[in-house]
Design a protein around this ligand. Structure first.
Ligand code: FES
Length: 84
């Protein structure tokens, strides 16, 4: 993903916003990423990815997702369709 790609599609929270939040707020648990523009509090699709980003950050890595935004959005659509 590029920095301006959205990790939380419900609330249009980009990877850049999440990385800035991690650096500034230093959340102790991944669920605190919800304080970053509500990330993860909509359909919950992105929660495992928020957990992954938080884990990478805790491990001293540059948080990123090895996903194309198109594939990511397509998988989220399937997820949401299955919940209907
Ligand atoms: S994509 Fe983040 S809550 Fe729906």
């Amino acid at each position: 993903m590029d920095p301006d790609d959205h990790v939380c599609l419900c609330f249009r929270v980009s990877l850049r916003k999440l990385n800035t939040f991690l650096e500034c707020e230093k959340p102790r648990v991944a669920s605190q990423l919800s304080d970053c523009f509500g990330a993860g509090t909509g359909c919950h699709w992105c929660v495992p990815f928020l957990n992954q980003l938080h884990r990478q950050w805790q491990d001293g890595q540059a948080p990123n997702l090895n996903e194309s935004p198109e594939d990511y959005a397509a998988r989220r659509k399937i997820y949401r369709d299955e919940k209907k």
